[in-house]
Structures are given as C-alpha cells and as structure tokens.
Design a protein. Structure first.
Length: 277
C-alpha cells in the first residue's frame, strides 16, 4: 500500500490514494500506521477518494492516530489539495473544490498564505457543537472539570471545539485541562481543546489538544475555531488576516463578516513516499 507522508505547519499526515475503489484500512491498521515507534507515524491518516459533489476534484476521509474517525481537518484539507496538484488531478493555478466528511471546500492559491481553504461558516449553537446543558449560544461557558472551573468558548467547524483564553500559552496545562474537558459530559462527542494567548488584535498564539490524538504541532480547524470565538468576544478583528502562531508554524486565518465564512492559509510539505507492507 503506497503512501505519501506530508505535513502542514507540523501537523503530519499519511496520505493514501484510494480512487481505484479499494477499501480504506480498518481502525486497527490506521492506529498501527500512525504509531510513531512501530509505524510510519502521523497525527491523522487521510484517504483520497472519488468526489462526492458535482465539480469537485476529489474527496477525502480522516482517521485519527487512535483509529477513530474525524469529520474535519483544516491542515489535512490543505495537504490533500497540495497532493492533488502534484498528482495532476487539480490545476496548479486557479481554484478548485474538494469534498471532506464535513462538506465541500473551495481551494485557492495565495502567494503569501500558500494554499487557502474555505473552512465554511462557524456554528455557535450548542446543539451544533454539540454542547449539552445550554440552549442558546453564549460568548463563554463554564464547567467544572476535575474540581477546576474552566471557562471557554464553544464552536463547531464541522467538528467540536472549545477555546480557552490564557495569559501565557507556553505554560498552559494543555494535557491536563484538555483531557479533563474532553471527558466532561457536556461534550457528548468529546472536543478539541484550544488554548489561546492574544498577543495583539492581529496576532494570536495557540496550542491544541485534539480528540483522538493529543497535543499536535498545529490544528487548522482549531485555529479557525479560535479566531471565530475570539471575534465573537471582541478580542480580535474580523475582516482581516490573523496570524495564528502554533508550535509548528504560522497559519493565516480570515473571518469574513460579509459571507460569514472562515478561510485558512498556510504551508504544506511533502516529507517522503513509502509503502506499507
């Protein structure tokens, strides 16, 4: 089984081409491939498949490193777009569209921001996240997790996100609070937990503890969720590019109020090609 190893700002992937109709690997095989000691090693495994919507170039699916299925991955979408361009299935210049489990994404190229993905409209309603215990969207929520009162914003980018603002993201207890919030019954499907430090209205630092993975060097949907939550609370500006600084690199996020959509750009890289025996 041939594969490509890729990363977007340090968020790394194993990409499989299944456009010939082959079945994807099962959960146990995905976990073995993702193992960083005995497998290839990755945050998520991505499968390139035939398109599901008219006019799309291809579709893709996502498996976390523990073998669980995911619905959204922004950096994965950018890597899939770069893979399709190299493959010749997508144009090297101009735009195109790809299908993810969360829906259709338009892809554009930008000299400064790299491959730019339309990540859609953030959903703040608790039912959409999903978040139990509230009926109306709020700027912030509070729950008790392991005896600690945690305040957070909540938003869906096609997958659930909690956003916690901290004074210093470098010293934030990411693993402790991330795991505690993921296990909280308020999040019936668990949650990706982002820790944000607002440096300025156009510059934010972020670390993300992802469900099914743990902390990653970058999380594209988490970066979009952070901007959405911070704009809602008036902490950063909409209709401008926000530099989202993650451990693996910088993503460029723009939340346009004209159409309500978030677009994300950033680097992608091919690491190596291989074969899983």
């Amino acid at each position: 089984m041939r594969f490509s190893k890729m990363h977007g700002a340090g968020n790394d992937f194993v990409v499989l081409d299944l456009r010939d109709g082959r079945a994807p690997p099962d959960a146990a095989t995905c976990a073995r491939i993702a193992d960083r000691h005995t497998g290839v090693g990755c945050d998520q495994l991505l499968t390139v498949e035939t398109p599901r919507s008219e006019g799309a170039v291809a579709s893709y699916r996502i498996w976390n490193s523990d073998g669980s299925v995911a619905r959204q991955c922004g950096n994965g979408a950018r890597c899939i777009a770069a893979w399709l361009v190299r493959d010749g299935a997508a144009p090297a210049s101009g735009g195109f569209a790809i299908d993810s489990p969360a829906g259709r994404h338009d892809v554009a190229r930008d000299v400064g921001a790299g491959i730019v993905i339309d990540m859609g409209v953030p959903q703040f309603a608790p039912q959409a996240v999903p978040l139990h215990g509230w009926h109306e969207a709020q700027d912030e929520y509070a729950v008790d997790a392991n005896g600690i009162a945690i305040r957070f914003g909540a938003v869906s980018m096609g997958n659930p996100h909690a956003v916690i603002e901290v004074a210093d993201v470098a010293s934030a207890p990411v693993a402790e609070l991330g795991a505690a919030l993921q296990a909280n019954p308020a999040f019936p499907q668990s949650v990706n937990v982002g820790f944000v430090e607002v440096v300025s209205r156009g510059h934010v630092r972020l670390r993300v503890y992802e469900r099914g993975v743990g902390e990653t060097l970058a999380c594209g949907s988490g970066a979009c969720a952070a901007v959405a939550s911070l704009v809602r609370r008036g902490r950063v500006d909409a209709d401008r590019e926000i530099a989202m600084e993650l451990p693996g690199g910088i993503l460029r996020i723009r939340y346009d109020q004209t159409d309500g959509r978030i677009r994300m750009g950033g680097p992608t890289a091919f690491v190596f090609e291989g074969e899983w025996l």
